[in-house]
Design a binder for this molecule. Structure first.
Ligand SMILES: NC(=O)c1ccc[n+]([C@@H]2O[C@H](COP(=O)([O-])OP(=O)(O)OC[C@H]3O[C@@H](n4cnc5c(N)ncnc54)[C@H](OP(=O)(O)O)[C@@H]3O)[C@@H](O)[C@H]2O)c1
Length: 497
């Protein structure tokens, strides 16, 4: 089904628009999901012409594509001709009047039925101003749909997130707001529900009787790169845990939705987050560990405090590990260990579900050396690898009865991965469809802040000795101790994973 819509992109000259939005819209166009009846207005302060804007859009497509002639192709030119640039300062009320006139004109020209998608690809401090003006200056149509897509970060804590939400809610209702968490657009994250509820063998084991612990790791090998300005105000807890990791936690711990609809899924996710224990300051100290990377002399990499744009005394964490407790249904009491960090040994996002030890190892009686039973582990590889691994114990092929671990693996090939729509493409497609399944509801965002705020406040109240881990390792010692004290170990980091 093709879609008629006018996109108004605030921040049309920015990095996100260039790297993600224009290429994603192009892919939807190439696939025929967008046809002749769509238009895009790009806005920002820079005084660009339409011709220059078309060039930028075509360059963005070329930079994203694999085909050398993509930028000059007829289809790229035709696509770019749907783009209009309007110089616009979001603080200037007059500019919204000009924007409305252009929007109305394009609505008529392309027969868009008043359908509008406002994409706020700008710093969140502008969200309230833009939403308020869209309403007061009557850009919001009274026919067709009006949808607001907003980017992270959604606030700095619960209070600021609530203020932001109140501001945008004055102009848009919850069902018109699409809060992007691009992890929710990733194929492997969307596959969690299929794995859990599409396989009797998994579903029947997904409970505290069989699962020992769940581990979620979002490991990056790169340092802060060009993002120091933002990172100094955010840190790993706000940048990765409050949003991506807690979204993954909710998908792993939620109860089974009665049907796979946006409402059911989001209700179950909210419930799952509400069932994650909000720690006291003392509990947060015990269950959360922070780190900041030191230098890697061998590879001539600087420590965080000497990267360009960082504070030489920075207390910002580039690493977080934590233990969460859930009281959600069948998983009550199963610990969830989370971990994310920069400059770690290897880039990998993976989820490891560790099953309980076999209660009664009957093979010890055979007297063979290799009769020790490893725990069964189900691993979901999210990126860069996409796939699954199940660790089992089988007979080792000897004359006697030794046991050895094997790994059943499925990994998507490069060709298969290339066919999977990119997260932003999927999410924009969903927004056009009015499907909010893979966007965060305010109640999810709010509860996630409540969970991390305690940790943040606890850390902000005490200075710590940074740096405390060497680049190229798996983080500070304390992250290991978090599991060692529970007589457990991280799965990722062992050679087989
Ligand atoms: N880049 C990413 O990969 C990424 C990933 C996840 C989330 N995000 C989020 O997406 C948002 C945008 O990020 P970005 O990286 O694209 O930022 P960016 O490159 O700094 O772009 C900011 C945009 O805002 C415009 N702008 C600034 N002040 C303005 C004003 N007063 N009136 C009108 N336009 C104004 C800028 O254009 P002019 O200077 O021409 O006005 C520019 O187009 C942020 O919330 C960010 O956290 C970005």
């Amino acid at each position: 089904m093709t879609q008629q819509a006018l996109f108004i992109i605030f921040g049309g000259t920015g990095d996100l628009a260039y790297r993600k939005l224009y290429p994603s819209l192009f892919r939807l166009y190439e696939k025929g999901y967008l046809k002749d009846d769509f238009a895009v207005i790009g806005t920002a302060r820079r005084p660009w012409t339409n011709d220059h804007y078309h060039e930028v859009v075509m360059n963005a497509i070329a930079d994203d594509g694999h085909e050398s002639d993509r930028t000059n192709s007829e289809i790229a030119r035709k696509f770019a001709s749907h783009f209009y640039y309007q110089s616009h300062n979001v603080n200037d009320t007059e500019h919204y009047v000009a924007l409305r006139k252009l929007a109305d004109k394009l609505d008529e020209k392309y027969k868009l039925n008043g359908n509008r998608i406002y994409y706020l690809a700008m710093a969140p401090r502008f969200f309230g101003t833009i939403a308020g003006h869209l309403k007061s200056e009557k850009l919001i149509t009274d026919h067709g749909y009006n949808r607001l897509i907003i980017e992270k970060p959604f606030g700095r804590d619960f209070e600021t997130a609530k203020e932001l939400n109140d501001d945008i809610s004055a102009a848009f209702s919850e069902d018109q707001i699409y809060r992007i968490d691009h992890y929710l657009g990733k194929e492997a994250i969307q596959s969690i529900a299929a794995l859990r509820f599409g396989n009797q063998v998994i579903e029947s084991l997904w409970n505290k009787e069989h699962i020992d612990n769940i581990q979620i790791t979002l490991a990056e090998s790169l340092g802060v790169e060009e993002r120091a300005g933002y990172y100094e105000t955010a840190g790993a807890l706000r940048d990765m845990v409050q949003n991506h990791i807690l979204q993954i936690v909710s998908l792993l711990t939620m109860q089974k939705p009665s049907e796979y609809t946006a409402k059911e899924l989001r209700d179950r996710k909210v419930e799952a987050l509400q069932n994650i224990k909000v720690y006291s300051a003392k509990e947060a100290s015990k269950n959360f560990v922070r780190g900041q990377y030191g230098e890697d002399a061998e590879h001539e990499q600087l420590d965080y405090r000497h990267e360009e744009g960082t504070d030489e005394h920075s207390q910002i964490e580039t690493f977080v590990a934590g233990k969460l407790e859930t009281t959600n249904g069948n998983l009550t009491g199963v610990p969830i260990y989370i971990r994310t960090g920069k400059r770690l040994a290897r880039k990998s996002t993976q989820i490891n579900v560790v099953f309980k030890d076999t209660t009664d190892n009957i093979f010890t009686a055979t007297g063979e050396q290799d009769t020790k039973l490893e725990q069964n582990v189900l691993t979901l590889y999210v990126e860069p690898d996409q796939g699954y691994q199940l660790d089992l114990n089988v007979k080792n092929g000897s004359q006697g009865y030794g046991i050895m671990p094997i790994h059943l693996e499925y990994h998507k090939t490069s060709a298969e991965k290339a066919k999977v729509p990119e997260a932003y493409e999927k999410l924009i497609h969903d927004a056009l469809d009015g499907n909010r399944t893979n966007f965060a509801h305010w109640h999810e965002v709010a509860q996630a802040w409540r969970i991390v705020d305690v940790v943040r406040q606890n850390w902000d109240s005490q200075k710590t000795d940074f740096p405390n881990y060497v680049s190229g390792t798996m983080g500070p010692k304390a992250a290991q101790e978090l599991l060692t004290r529970d007589h457990r170990d991280w799965v990722f980091g062992a050679t087989k994973h």
